[in-house]
Design a binder for this molecule. Sequence first.
Ligand SMILES: Cc1cc2nc3c(=O)[nH]c(=O)nc-3n(C[C@H](O)[C@H](O)[C@H](O)COP(=O)(O)O)c2cc1C
Length: 199
Amino acid sequence: MGFINKLFGKSDQEEVTMTNEKLNIGIILGSTRQGRVSPQVGEWVKGIADQRGDANYEIVDIADFQLPFLGTTDGTEPGIAAWNEKLANLDGFVFIVQEYNHSITGALKNAIDFAREVWYNKAAGIVSYGSTGGARAAEHLRGILAEQKVADVRTHPTLSLFTDFANGTEFTPQDLHVDNVNTMLEEVVSWSGALKTLR
Ligand SMILES: Cc1cc2nc3c(=O)[nH]c(=O)nc-3n(C[C@H](O)[C@H](O)[C@H](O)COP(=O)(O)O)c2cc1C
């Protein structure tokens, strides 16, 4: 393409910008409690994702934004704007979901509630864990995402507290989950690309 760009007067820098079209996918850690295992799960997903080379993957930790509880402040905390800015720069999401009382964490629900249009017309995958693979929490999240116009893909790796964690604290995933994570990521990237055309 270099010689064609020279003919039309485009610089090399413009060429790099035009061809750098990888999507940005955020791997969102849904728990914020001290001693949480979600960073281990998120890093494992990112390790698999980075080997694919099909998107820019990054860990997005809700805890970093120090969001207040919605409605309890005047909304001027810098973390609220930073959270919205981060979401605005993402094309798709992988939610790392843990089951708390048969649902998602309050922290994740609060973070979802703190943004609106920046969620719209994007895609998401879910990786969940719990005593039953976090399935109940994941199904709740699907309903919430629909309201935020986020399209959730079908393939859903479910990790068991009994067989994928040692003592419930050290993440020791079985190999069988890797194929599922790859299929989920494939779906997230293709749907995120398709939905980008609507924005
Ligand atoms: C408040 C609370 C409620 C929980 N409720 C459930 C539950 O309903 N079902 C389940 O499978 N696990 C439940 N658990 C276990 C969590 O899924 C497990 O501790 C998991 O590691 C939490 O994720 P985290 O370490 O990233 O915070 C609960 C844990 C907490 C802290």
